[in-house]
Design a protein around this ligand. Structure first.
Ligand SMILES: Nc1ncnc2c1ncn2[C@@H]1O[C@H](COP(=O)(O)OP(=O)(O)OP(=O)(O)O)[C@@H](O)[C@H]1O
Length: 553
């Protein structure tokens, strides 16, 4: 699991290595200045007192040490500011890049993978999981590296200036005690921090499900129980969050105990050595206060280790998503191929997504430009699955699908999308104006083209009543009836003037008369298109030139 955290850090390091290296260097400077400041202050106070007692106070140089104390105090603040700026900026930029990469992978996921995504979960990956990962660099790796380097440097300086035994007791004691405290905190918080993140994710998913399904839940009498499950997830997240905070506080107490023991040990050992005349009293004060300041090397790690369970889970999920979804295919804007794209199915065998057993086998079909063929057969036979395969979204088990005499798999994505239009069974409208929804299909289309295509799908009157092309729709096209929303999606498909047109139950939800008008409009909009449709209704079968009944194996 730690491997996932390391791979996230490696990714951050790769994209922001220079800024992070400078951040770590500044962090070492900040910690060293802090320790030097307190150590020097301790030495200064005791040395000045000793000089006063010895009657040499008048010649004791107070100017240089006090100037150094001021320089360290001011310089430390400036270095801290620079370090925060650099490390946060580098981390946030790397995470923004990660978010973009994740989104690109999700958007380019194969159809089978995409159709299993749950909106709220994907949103969770992109927001909560990526946010959780900011701690990997800021609260784990950077403080660990900077703290390690500072402690090693502090040991060397104290061993040289004071005494190796005092240095070893204080620095190594502090490091070992803190490591034990943080190790305990890491183990104790792993479960609650994971639970807190999972409950938070469940809360988001349930809130969205609750809001989306509230009408259905109200009719089923389940509104209260759905609300209770939302509140339950929230309560669990808060309980687990409190547990994490408790562990973090206790870890803080344990680290303070370790620091105090290290400083007290340094004082006792130093006093003994001072009594023996091995070192001077001001040097003992220097060591003791420097150790107290070195507690700062450990402090930022407390929160990092307390969050480690959530970070590990987030890193695992993000890595898995990056690995299981392929790199987006390049989308060169190639010229539209010069073909007469009829459609041909050559002994096609097809299975449902993820299934081995074929739905049907050996299907042959040719749809010439200007021709319309209706796929018929019982519900679940595989009409939609076949349309998905023709659209290049799923693979066939056997045989070939040719568009313009070229297998679908050999087409580049932009070329295929340029010749092929598809109205699937479920399709999306965005919240925005009617015009914005239509121009998703053809961004350069003028208002006249939009009005013409709306007339083709018999929506011109409806849009006029709503206030025209700038009338706004709510989320998922709210503001239109089911049949109107479907016709608006159909209009968006027609606007691209596709040469191959795939329609999955295009008149579902329309009365017979409107259905007939819409089907006539489709042909008017695309007179030369080869049209293949999944047809349940007589009006659709009657409109087609021929039917291809699919037969279960
Ligand atoms: N995403 C999916 N994952 C797994 N199986 C699926 C998926 N989509 C469809 N199926 C299965 O594939 C089979 C064919 O479904 P398909 O939707 O193609 O039938 P259809 O003929 O279009 O039905 P209908 O006329 O009711 O729309 C069904 O048994 C269905 O359960």
């Amino acid at each position: 699991m730690t491997r996932h955290l390391l791979s996230v850090f490696a990714m951050i390091l790769r994209s922001e290595s220079w800024a992070l290296a400078r951040g770590i260097a500044l962090s070492v400077v900040v910690l060293s200045m802090g320790a030097t400041l307190l150590g020097l202050s301790g030495w200064f106070i005791v040395a000045a007192g000793a000089a006063g007692l010895a009657g040499t106070g008048a010649v004791f140089d107070v100017f240089r040490p006090s100037a150094a104390v001021r320089f360290l105090a001011l310089g430390r603040t400036a270095a801290r500011y620079g370090e925060r700026l650099l490390t946060h900026d580098a981390t946030l930029r790397a995470l923004a890049l990660l978010r973009v990469r994740l989104l690109a992978r999700i958007s380019a996921a194969p159809f089978e993978v995409m159709s299993r995504f749950r909106g709220a979960q994907v949103l969770g990956r992109l927001t909560a999981d990526v946010d959780a990962l900011d701690g990997v660099a800021l609260r784990l790796v950077i403080p660990l590296l900077a703290g390690g380097v500072t402690l090693a440097g502090a040991w060397a300086v104290l061993a040289w200036l004071v005494d190796p035994r005092v240095a070893s007791w204080s620095v190594l004691g502090l490091a070992a005690g803190s490591a034990l405290a943080l190790g305990w905190a890491m183990r104790a918080s792993a479960r609650p921090s994971r639970l807190a993140a999972a409950a938070d994710q469940a809360f988001r998913v349930r809130v969205i499900d609750h809001l989306r399904g509230r009408a259905m839940l109200a009719f089923a009498g389940q509104l209260d129980s759905s609300l209770a499950s939302v509140l339950d997830a929230d309560a669990r997240a808060r309980r687990a969050g409190l547990q994490v905070a408790r562990v973090e506080r206790r870890a803080g107490v344990l680290v303070s105990v370790a620091v105090t023991l290290a400083a007290a040990g340094a004082l006792l050992l130093g006093a003994e050595l001072a009594r023996g005349g091995v070192i001077t009293a001001p040097k003992v004060a220097l060591a003791v206060l420097a150790v107290l300041a070195l507690a700062e090397t450990v402090a930022p790690l407390r929160r990092g280790v307390a969050e480690i369970g959530a970070m590990r889970d987030a890193a695992r999920r993000v890595n898995r998503m990056l690995q299981t979804t392929p790199d987006p295919r390049p989308m060169p804007a190639g010229p539209q191929p010069d073909i007469a794209p009829g459609l041909q199915l050559d002994t096609v065998t097809l299975a449902a997504p993820g299934a081995r057993q074929p739905l049907f086998a050996g299907v042959n079909l040719t749809v010439a430009p200007g021709e319309t063929v209706a796929l018929t057969g019982p519900s679940g036979i595989g009409k939609s699955t076949l349309l998905n395969a023709v659209a290049g979204l799923t693979a066939v088990q056997g045989g070939r699908i040719l568009i313009g005499e070229r297998p679908v798999g050999d087409w580049t994505e932009p070329d295929l999308r340029a010749v092929l239009g598809y109205l699937p069974q479920r399709s999306a409208l965005i919240s925005g104006t009617i015009a914005e929804n239509l121009r998703l299909g053809a961004p350069d289309a003028g208002d006249a083209a939009l009005h013409a295509v709306l007339a083709d799908v018999a929506l011109d009157g409806v849009v006029r009543r709503m206030g025209g092309l700038d009338a706004r729709l709510g989320e998922g096209g709210k503001g239109l009836s089911g049949g109107e929303a479907r016709r608006l999606v159909l209009a968006r498909v027609l606007l691209r003037r596709p040469r191959i047109l795939l329609l999955d139950e295009p008149t579902e939800g329309l009365d017979r008369e409107t259905a007939a008008r819409v089907l006539q409009g489709v042909r008017r909009a695309c007179p030369d298109a080869a049209i293949l449709l999944s047809a349940h209704r007589k009006v659709e079968r009657g409109w087609a030139n021929r039917a291809l009944p699919l037969i279960r194996l």
